[in-house]
Design a protein around this ligand. Sequence first.
Ligand code: NAD
Ligand code: TYD
Length: 367
Amino acid sequence: MRSLLITGGAGFIGANFVHYWRARYPDDRLVVLDALTYAGNRANLATLEGSPGFHFVRGNICEQSLDESLLREHAVDTVVHFAAESHVDRSIVGPGAFISTNILGTHALLEACRSVWTTDALAAQHRFHHISTDEVYGSLAQDDPAFTESTPYAPNSPYAASKAASDHLVRAYCHTYGLDTTITNCSNNYGPYQFPEKLIPLMIVNVLLGKPLPVYGDGGNVRDWIHVRDHCHAIERVLQAGRKGSTYNVGGDCELDNLSLVRMICEIMDRELDMNAGLCKRFPAARGGKRARSADLIKFVKDRPGHDRRYAINGRLIREELGFVPTTSLEKGLAETITWYLSNEQWWRAVMTGTYRNWIATNYSNR
Ligand code: NAD
Ligand code: TYD
């Protein structure tokens, strides 16, 4: 039986991981530490509240004394570190929070683990797993080989730079202090509970609301897409059998340019709207249902500054060493995700109120 501290467990991937883990290891203790920024939502974990072995703590990872006390109080042997500022566009407008949480916060957490795990006999067996991104490797040209674990770091956005710095800290704490660490660098995730500022949920919501679908630049930027459930499975494999000090790249075997992806979302949603008159009634501004095509809403907007052209993952190491392969196709995963957003209108309407709308209005006149 493990005792896990899951930072950022009220955010998108963190919440999916908490549910994933709970379903597979119901006897493990789960302590979620989350500051509940705009991206964190306690409602994502509502079904677990009050259940034995589940603890939610609202707090900031930058507070080392809090981190330490949670490690001790719950005899934590496994940290799964998701907490971060995660949106590239926000990092361009205001990098400060990224430096604070992603770099200083990771450092505080590592220091807490070093202090508790290397002094308390109880944590002779421990693991610090750091969730990171493929964006640390920079941008690929169309014909470049995919990122491997030995691709040199070349982060281009403040977000990517802050994650690169945190990766280096994790690695250094293993090398210098002997902390048992692992890192996964994963590609673009999608699925339930993703805040509708990231490409896929933003497009789904905007189709329903009949709003423009902003495609940056020429829409030719390529990303590798992975369903969040597959990412959780990869993390599980690394926690079970990953080698101390290792880094594993995790991808969805699914490279696609943004414009094709947005068109795919539009087609799936048109099919839903065409088949379901009730949906057209619920979302009168949406284009489907014979009124017009959702793709008519696509609007090419000013490109993101420093926009990376292409990311691609070589997943050979995690496949050969840990037997991980992604199993959710983009078609299936997107359809499932769209169904989730259709069934959870209250959720996305609630998270999109207030500060988020003000932020978009201030920073993006083109939306
Ligand atoms: P998210 O923005 O949805 O969630 C981040 C969570 O961290 C939120 O719940 C937020 O409240 C919490 N948080 C932020 N600052 C905090 C602080 N100082 N202390 C405690 N909690 C804090 O992010 P996500 O998309 O779920 O990403 C999770 C992790 O996965 C991040 O580390 C991110 O870099 C990494 N990642 C994300 C993707 C992706 O496609 N979303 C891909 C690869 C890696
Ligand atoms: P995003 O979801 O922000 O993830 P990341 O920047 O971490 O890859 O964006 C995915 C891609 O979609 C990226 O190339 C930027 C592009 N994009 C748009 O074209 N329009 C949008 O409104 C957003 C949010 C992203």
